[in-house]
Design a protein around this ligand. Structure first.
Ligand SMILES: Cc1cc2nc3c(=O)[nH]c(=O)nc-3n(C[C@H](O)[C@H](O)[C@H](O)COP(=O)(O)O)c2cc1C
Length: 186
């Protein structure tokens, strides 16, 4: 079986509901999976590039799990991209260490799906906000799997979600993710 690694980028994981639910479901399904809590590992943003690169070399499928922050990935994950996917490692001369590996995104959004439309309050669909990651993946000669997206993960009357509802939505997202991962890990 192929090897999965999870890069979890959540700035306040202790307070997480959605991402924590997804990670717990994944750990149950794949007990040996390695989860790298990059916000906790690198609170000062001083990423151990060698360690992160070694982890990627040893992995076949790389899952990026994160909440949407300002229509984007959290800053720690952008920093991870900037430092870990370096010239000579991920691209450029000799930069073929990620070639043929598969990257999959699982992102949780606070906004509801109906707000992520041209006539909704978010103005755009959520999927195009992931295009930067898709392009980066191709630049590194990797395969890009269909992103798994979840909506309505904020506990607020405006967003109509209680903690129980968020757990239910996140569990549904985890199940969709596991179905995709089972295929990718064959
Ligand atoms: C700094 C910050 C920015 C956020 N920006 C967005 C956003 O642009 N769009 C959105 O739908 N939700 C946004 N949210 C809501 C988070 O995506 C949501 O709280 C998270 O997915 C819930 O997952 P969790 O329970 O694991 O924290 C933002 C939250 C924070 C803290």
């Amino acid at each position: 079986m192929k090897k999965l690694t999870i890069i979890l980028a959540h700035q306040h994981y202790a307070k997480s509901t959605a991402n924590k639910t997804i990670i717990e479901c994944l750990k149950k399904k794949y007990p040996d999976v390695k989860v790298r809590y990059i916000a906790d590992l690198y609170p000062d943003f001083m990423i151990d590039v060698d360690m992160e690169q070694q982890n990627l070399i040893e992995s076949d499928v790389i899952l990026l799990q994160f909440p949407i922050y300002w229509y984007n990935m959290p800053a720690i994950l952008k920093r991870w991209f900037d430092l870990v996917l370096s010239y000579g490692f991920a691209y450029g001369e000799g930069g073929d260490k990620l070639k043929g590996k598969t990257l999959i995104v699982s992102a949780t959004a606070g906004g509801r799906e109906e707000s992520y439309t041209p006539i909704g309050s978010m103005h755009f669909r959520l999927r195009p906000f992931i295009n930067n990651i898709e392009s980066s993946t191709y630049y590194c000669q990797m395969n890009f799997a269909k992103p798994i997206l979840g909506y309505g993960n904020i506990y607020s009357p405006e967003f109509d979600a209680s903690p129980d509802v968020i757990v239910e939505r996140a569990t549904n997202q985890a199940n969709r993710l596991i179905a995709a991962l089972d295929e990718l890990l064959k």
